[in-house]
Design a protein around this ligand. Structure first.
Ligand SMILES: [Zn+2]
Ligand SMILES: [Zn+2]
Length: 172
């Protein structure tokens, strides 16, 4: 998700670039499996304004049954990136208000969307992911996934009075 914006930085305010973002990820430590969507970059006074609507697909772990399930979400991102070097002179630029963590274009004029998109993905992730609102979770007794099969533990939690009746019915 690296874009060289050297040329765009030399163009007048209002100049525009459009890209199509498409990334697939494999391996551990990824925040998503794939993402795609249009990216628009506009030259603004202080740098480059990036607007994108990315569709993110990922596999999450259900907090009840611990099963993996696929999700898709859409992120609307609008973020201004500031150049570290003046594209005309090559001199170091003054950075915007200190204290604020600004998104920066590096000294090779490469604008990297990876960090910002990861940040959005993580903040948009549910605190307690659920594969389904009605997910039955794992059996407290045997650990079986109750979405897949009813385990035999149910009798244990049956009201003892009912169990007596059930036993009577079995004997008859
Ligand atoms: Zn679940
Ligand atoms: Zn069980």
């Amino acid at each position: 998700m690296h874009y060289n914006v050297a040329q765009l930085l030399r163009e007048p305010i209002g100049s525009l670039r459009s890209y199509q973002l498409e990334e697939n990820f494999t391996g551990p430590n990824r925040s998503a499996d794939s993402m795609f969507g249009p990216v628009k970059m506009v030259r603004v006074h202080s740098g480059i304004l990036v607007r994108t609507t990315v569709e993110v697909r990922s596999n999450l772990i259900c907090s009840r049954c611990l099963g993996e399930y696929p999700t898709a979400s859409q992120l609307d991102i609008e973020e201004e990136f500031f150049p570290t070097l003046d594209p005309q002179t090559g001199h170091k630029m003054e950075q915007p208000e200190e204290g604020e963590e600004a998104a920066l274009i590096d000294s090779n004029h490469v604008l990297d969307l990876t960090g910002i998109i990861n940040e959005y993905i993580i903040t948009n992730r549910p605190m307690k992911p659920l594969c389904d609102l009605d997910c039955k979770g794992l059996c407290q007794a045997c650990g079986a996934n109750q979405n897949l099969a009813d385990c035999q533990c149910e009798n244990e939690t049956m009201d003892p009075r009912w169990r007596a009746l059930a036993n009577l019915a079995k004997e008859e």
